[in-house]
Design a binder for this molecule. Structure first.
Ligand SMILES: C[S@@+](CC[C@H](N)C(=O)[O-])C[C@H]1O[C@@H](n2cnc3c(N)ncnc32)[C@H](O)[C@@H]1O
Length: 187
């Protein structure tokens, strides 16, 4: 009896695994909330300058793409960094870029959904996401980040959270806006 059922159980398991693979092709997690577009290097450097990044900082890039922000924070400013990225292929690319830049001892990249990750270890957070995603992230940022943590966003604000500073960086013909906040003391 047991032996005659096992092919059915095996087939059901195969179907289940195949369905999961189709639903979650890249990471075993959900689809990205924002497509992969890189921040130009001059904008990366201005974001890190605006946040006054130093060797004592831990920079988290939420949706770290090819790792450029975290790698620049380590290479140019001596910081440590963590990149959180939902696309496993990009995590591998960022690790390879960190190796080439010689900063693997200072940076780490993790395949993770930014909405599930623990952000409490950051002293600086960088974003290049959509306005709606920034707005959805805001309660998590204010809940998990330590007061005094600096937040810098390329291109978009965070709902009606008023930035402390705003800067424009021209790259070729394009103007890039950068926004800067400091996490306030807890109420
Ligand atoms: C616009 S790109 C920015 C890449 C990089 N931060 C930069 O500025 O060059 C946004 C990145 O966020 C990633 N992403 C989107 N939704 C995500 C999520 N929920 N969790 C983690 N990463 C996500 C995308 O795969 C993409 O690489």
């Amino acid at each position: 009896m047991r032996a005659s059922r096992s092919p059915w159980i095996a087939a059901a398991l195969v179907a289940l695994v195949a369905a999961a693979a189709v639903a979650q092709p890249e990471t075993g997690r959900k689809e990205p909330d924002v497509p992969y577009v890189t921040t130009p290097e001059p904008v990366v450097l201005e974001m890190l300058r605006l946040a006054k990044v130093t060797k004592d900082d831990v920079v988290y890039d939420l949706g770290s793409g090819d790792g450029r922000i975290v790698i620049a924070a380590a290479k140019q400013f001596g910081a440590r960094g963590l990149g959180l990225e939902i696309d496993r292929g990009l995590v591998h690319e960022a690790e390879e870029n960190a190796r080439r830049a010689g900063v693997t001892h200072r940076v780490r990249f993790i395949a993770a959904d930014i909405f599930d990750a623990d952000l409490s270890g950051a002293t600086v957070v960088t974003l290049y996401l959509f306005p709606s995603v920034n707005e959805r992230l805001r309660p998590k940022l204010l809940r998990e980040l330590k007061p005094g943590t600096r937040v810098v966003s390329h291109a978009y604000g965070i709902g009606d959270w008023k930035p402390e500073q705003q800067r424009m960086v021209k790259v070729g013909a394009k103007d890039h806006q950068i926004y800067f906040w400091v996490v306030p003391p807890r109420p």
